[in-house]
Ligand binder design. Structure first.
Ligand SMILES: *Cc1c(COP(=O)(O)O)cnc(C)c1O
Length: 492
């Protein structure tokens, strides 16, 4: 089986930031130093003037100074003949680099569809438009237009969420970790929360259930063992000090073998008998039955609520396919308690999130067209023949771009959902494997150099390194033209 980057850093994070096939670097001779122009002379040049018009005098002057300072120590191989024009070109490049936003689009060809390090779900057009509208103008974020009085930001989402999950009430916070923190703090401060030992999860990016529980001010009460838990374990753990019982969807792993769990319905009935709230953290959670789209089943909030959960929490940017958010649905009185907690104010979502999430939830009202309109679902259900077709189309172009350095082959590979959803399910996919034409000894370094080269493109292409090749899984490549249009930059 292959190694996937999963929720960890992309493979490429381990590679040095080298961007060229080979390493130039020559020290400048003393006589050429004397010929360097002054800062003022360069500032007067026409190129410098147009840079000043765009970036301001301070930025350009500093960039000239830095460029000249660098020239005094180390220059590219073709040194000795630095002209004003070539120096100004370097100034230009330096300014471009410094003013480029840190957060940039990248091309996710890692094969992990919901890659946490690459921003998880991409939004549908409808959500992007809604975000732009909400950003441009004042909105009725917390204003009741009909009555002319203060409103509630949850009101924009609550009805939709209730309709899609069957819940009585709903609220939304910054992410699912925040949702879990808030729910536990609101329901079980200074109280015990029984959780199965097999569900004490850690999720990439430092979400550890025991830590969150401690910060929420609750005492974790472990029940059962790592592989087995029984209903009587829960029954024995519930007492006067119990604030809530929690079940966590073990979203990024599966315990297999001699295992036994207690189904939600049984814990739900037990909790109701004993009068304690039952909380389910679903993690990913999707609002439709994925089997309808030919994908494996992933639990839905509606199913948990039917099983007797009083509160269910899940992420907005995992399988749901929306913006980062933590969604809390459940019984009206319990949600009311959660809303009154002061942490709710600290963890609340902004208008842009509300705009995006509303637009995404709206798409769920029409499940027939969901797989076309929601990018996450469109990508997960993309037919293998289509992906393979793209691989065959792109292979010669990529082969031409990498030239003599490497060989490009069409390969079968497996994508995964990512972000902990459906952890053991791999989706058959197709991709391009780029193998360096080097002897076995230099192979590791050569593959790393290829990966670095692709990361250095105007829109960085992130793949994964597997069995001595740099592999691009094409499942997530929806915009072929922007991929192709930058391949020229690989040639030099
Ligand atoms: C992903 C996940 C979380 C954390 O959700 P974020 O939206 O990343 O904060 C919590 N619990 C489970 C079970 C998860 O899968």
């Amino acid at each position: 089986m292959c190694g996937y980057p999963g929720d960890g850093p992309p493979d490429s994070d381990r590679t040095p930031p080298a961007i060229s096939w080979d390493d130039p670097g020559v020290t400048r001779s003393p006589e050429s130093l004397r010929s360097l122009p002054s800062v003022d002379r360069l500032l007067r040049a026409e190129v410098a003037q147009s840079l000043i018009a765009r970036h301001g005098r301070t930025v350009v002057k500093n960039a000239i100074r830095e460029t000249l300072a660098e020239m005094r120590t180390c220059t590219p191989a073709d040194s000795g003949s630095a002209t004003d024009a070539s120096l100004l070109e370097q100034v230009h490049v330096r300014i471009e680099k410094a003013t480029r936003p840190s957060l940039r689009p990248v091309c996710n060809l890692t094969g992990t569809v919901l890659h946490t390090n690459l921003g998880r779900a991409t939004l549908p057009r409808e959500a992007i438009d809604a975000v732009a509208r909400a950003a441009q103008q004042p909105t009725n974020l917390e204003f009741d237009i009909d009555r002319g009085v203060r409103g509630d930001r949850d009101s924009h989402l609550e009805a939709l969420l209730c309709r899609l999950t069957g819940a009585e009430a709903a609220t939304v916070v910054n992410n699912n970790a925040a949702a879990v923190l808030l729910v536990l703090n609101a329901l079980a401060l200074k109280k015990e929360v029984p959780v199965s030992r097999g569900e004490l999860i850690e999720i990439g990016g430092s979400f550890r259930l025991p830590d969150i529980m401690a910060r929420a001010g609750c005492r974790l009460r472990e029940v059962g063992t790592t592989n087995r838990v029984h209903l009587h374990d829960y029954a024995d753990a519930i007492g006067p000090r119990t604030g809530a019982v929690m079940k966590v969807h073990t979203s990024n792993y599966e315990v297999v073998g001699f295992t036994s769990g207690v189904i939600e319905g049984e814990i739900g009935s037990l909790c109701h008998e004993r009068g304690v709230p039952f909380v389910v953290d679903l993690g990913s959670g999707t609002l439709v039955d994925l089997r309808r789209f030919g994908l494996p089943h992933e639990p839905t909030p509606a199913e948990s609520l039917v099983s007797g959960a009083d509160v269910v929490t899940f992420s907005g940017d995992k399988l749901l396919g929306g913006p980062q958010a933590g969604i809390i649905v459940g019984r009206a009185d319990v949600i009311a308690r959660i809303r009154r907690n002061p942490l709710k104010r600290a963890l609340r979502v902004d208008k842009l999130t509300i705009a995006a999430l509303t637009a995404v939830l709206d798409l769920y009202r029409d499940p027939d067209r969901l797989a076309e309109r929601l990018p996450v679902l469109r990508i997960l259900t993309r037919p293998i023949a289509e992906i393979r077709g793209a691989a065959h189309r792109l292979r010669p172009l990529l082969s031409d771009a990498v030239g003599e350095v490497a060989e490009v082959r069409v390969v079968d590979c497996h994508s995964q959902v990512g972000s902990g959803a459906l952890p053991t399910q791999h989706l058959a996919s197709s991709g391009l494997a780029i193998s360096p034409r080097t002897s076995l000894r230099g192979r590791g370094a050569a593959v790393e150099r290829i990966a670095a080269r692709f990361r250095a493109l105007p829109m960085p292409i992130i793949g994964r390194i597997q069995e001595g090749a740099f592999v691009l899984d094409l499942r997530c490549l929806e915009d072929e033209s922007s991929f192709v249009n930058q391949l020229w930059a690989l040639k030099n």
